[in-house]
Structure formats: C-alpha cells, structure tokens
Design a protein around this ligand. Structure first.
Ligand code: SAM
Length: 214
C-alpha cells in the first residue's frame, strides 16, 4: 500500500476499530493499494479514508471497513474458487485474489470491466479475471463456487447464485427492499439446504438487471 505512513496507519486503524481483525484480511488490505483504484479521479486524495467514493458509470468503490468485514465474513481459504458480483473499481476482487486460488468478478458496465482488468494486469494479479455480464445469473460456465460475494443489493438472494454455491460454500450479500439500507447476510450451503445469518445493516447500490450503457 502506498500513501504516507500516517495515512497507512490511519487506514489500518480504521479497519481494526470497525471490527476487521482477521490477520489474512488485514495483510491483503495492506498489500492492495486502494489509491491505485481511484487514481486520477476527483476523490483520489481521499483514497485512504474509510468512506465509499464515486467511480465511473455512477457507481462507487465501497467503504474499506465494509470491504474488510465482508471479506472476513466470507472466510476465504487458499484453495477456494470465488465469484464476485459487482466488480466496480476492482478493489474488492484484488483483495480476494490475495486470499483465494482463483477469482472471477462480473460487472454489467463494460468500461468498469476494462478498467478493473487493467488494474489487475498492472498489479500482476494473474488469478483474477473481470467479465462483462449480468451477475445476477452468476457465471454458470465456472460454477460451482466455494465462495460468492455480491457487492450490490438485491431484494432477495438470486436463485442462480444459490444454485452455483458448492456444498459447504459461503455467500455474503446485501439484501433488502430499501434503497437506503439493507441487511448484510451470510448464506451457508449445508447438505440439507441453506442457513442464513444476518450480519449488520449496510448501504449498497442496487443490483440491476441486464448490461449497462457504458
Ligand atoms: N466491489 C466494488 C469495488 O471494489 O469497487 C464495488 C461495487 S459497487 C458498490 C457495485 C457494482 O455492482 C457497480 O459497479 C454496479 O455496476 C455493479 N452491478 C450492479 N448490478 C449488477 C449486475 N446485475 N451484474 C453485475 N454487476 C452489477
């Protein structure tokens, strides 16, 4: 991570004070520089603050502590194949790439897919691929997944994502009917079905059907 030593310390302090305690997650977030994913944008100087920031296509890069808490709840293991829905800037997928064997991230805006893939290439993250598509259908050609992370809010858990979760697998996603606040939930696939835990309130942009204009 670049930024000044002071910025770096405050970034990590904010993560810990909001409950991100998993060492592997903290190390991955120290290694992946959030500044790279907002460079050249209007808010580049706020890269190390614990707040969501606007990116292209009217979307956002999530708040770092929320990225940390979601990644922690996903409990990624080194051999896992992970699907992320909602690539956005690519920041969350880059962190997942440090923890998992293979990461696929799906985004409905072509421009964001291209920019995210450029970041992955520049950072030499060879185990993560950004794909254009409507992630509410998952990525059937690479299923099943050990872990699924959704970073846009749906009214309910999309059925195709449940179907593409391996037995023993975990999915973390925001769900809810409101545009302003949703519940972050964790779904675990057991031999008998699905178990649901409600984790915390969150605020995400909506999961939208079909491809975007840009
Ligand atoms: N994970 C991102 C990051 O690290 O920057 C932040 C994601 S942003 C909060 C949510 C993203 O989900 C947006 O880029 C949006 O275009 C995308 N999105 C919304 N609906 C989608 C869908 N059906 N399929 C794929 N991506 C979708």
């Amino acid at each position: 991570m670049s930024g000044t030593a002071e910025q770096k310390m405050q970034f990590l302090y904010a993560l810990r004070s909001k409950g991100v305690t998993d060492k592997r997650v903290l190390t991955a977030m120290e290694e992946i520089d959030r500044g790279e994913f907002v460079r050249g944008g209007l808010f580049a100087d706020r890269a190390y603050e614990d707040m969501p920031l606007p990116i292209a296509c009217g979307q956002t890069i999530s708040q770092p502590s929320v990225v940390g808490l979601m990644t922690q709840a996903l409990n990624v293991r080194p051999r896992d194949k992970v699907l992320e829905v909602g690539t956005g800037s690519g920041y969350q997928a880059a962190i997942l790439s440090k923890l998992a064997r293979r990461v696929y991230t799906v985004e409905r805006h072509r421009r964001l897919v291209k920019e995210a893939q450029r970041h992955f290439d520049r950072l030499d993250l060879t185990n993560v691929t950004a794909i254009l598509g409507d992630g509410s259908h998952g990525l059937p050609e690479q299923a099943p997944f050990d872990r699924i992370l959704v970073t846009a809010a749906a009214e309910d858990t999309p059925g195709p994502l449940l179907a593409q979760l391996r037995e023993g697998g975990i999915m973390v996603l925001p769900v809810g009917q409101s545009d302003t606040v949703q519940s972050l939930i964790r779904v675990t696939r057991t031999p008998h079905g699905f178990e649901y835990d409600e984790l915390r309130p969150v605020r995400f942009v909506p999961l939208v059907e079909g491809l975007g204009q840009e």
